[in-house]
Write a protein that binds this ligand. Structure first.
Ligand SMILES: C[S@@+](CC[C@H](N)C(=O)[O-])C[C@H]1O[C@@H](n2cnc3c(N)ncnc32)[C@H](O)[C@@H]1O
Length: 205
């Protein structure tokens, strides 16, 4: 069996197409070194939100609203909504403006504050999908909230699990039988960074 030669270069040819607004945000993120998921993981978020027919989505870590736009488009046909949490007021303001430019303000609520504290005040069992993308040291503390907030059968997606700070989360979710989880080490063109891990988990109990 012959594998594709130079697979990284090869798979750069398959970066999904996207709207002008998303391309502008990618440029902004590059210029200002704001870590965003980029078009491959963005499209993955869209696909997963669409596939699970998510109606209530929670995102931890908004930055300038790039991934929230993908999630909002993903849940649009199911008349879904996205709540996204960001502790930096300036970022949250930029995200609101970008989400408005994308015509998605009616689908996305940006809440300002520490994700851990905001989650502690939310009602449990109500989300279909949670996307985890805050400081990596916060992943394990956030996991208990994610478990409480997701419905049984709900999907948890965690970005950047290849970062050292995500190790306690990786160990924790794999050891917890209330989750079925898998971690993938991936090549992700235009992701920050391009070689990183992604975790996917379903709340089974
Ligand atoms: C990697 S960026 C998010 C990128 C965004 N998901 C995207 O791909 O477009 C992480 C964001 O989370 C925010 N953040 C980090 N820790 C947080 C916390 N505990 N609560 C709320 N926001 C947090 C940071 O300010 C930063 O804007």
């Amino acid at each position: 069996m012959t594998m594709i030669a130079d697979p990284e270069q090869y798979f750069r040819n398959f970066i999904p197409p996207r709207d002008e607004i998303l391309r502008e945000l990618e440029q902004e993120a590059k210029d200002e070194r704001i870590p965003i998921v980029g078009p491959v993981v963005g499209e993955l978020l869209f696909i997963l939100a669409r596939a699970v027919r998510a109606q209530r989505i929670l995102e931890l870590g908004t930055a300038i609203g790039y991934s929230a736009i993908y999630l909002a488009h993903g849940c649009e046909p199911a008349k879904g909504r996205v709540i996204t949490l960001e502790w930096d007021e300036g970022m949250a303001a930029r995200a609101r403006s970008n989400i408005a430019k994308a015509g998605l303000s009616h689908l996305v609520e940006v809440q300002v504050g520490d994700a851990q504290k905001l989650m502690a005040d939310m009602t449990g069992g109500t989300f279909d999908l949670v996307f985890l993308d805050i400081d990596k040291e916060g992943y394990l503390p956030a996991l208990a909230h994610c478990h409480r907030l997701l419905k049984t059968g709900g999907l948890l997606i965690a970005d950047n699990v290849g970062f050292a700070g995500a190790d306690p989360f990786n160990q924790g979710i794999m050891a917890d039988r209330r989750w079925r989880a898998v971690s993938l080490l991936c090549f992700l063109p235009n992701h920050s960074p391009e070689k990183d891990g992604l975790a996917f988990a379903v709340k089974v109990a």
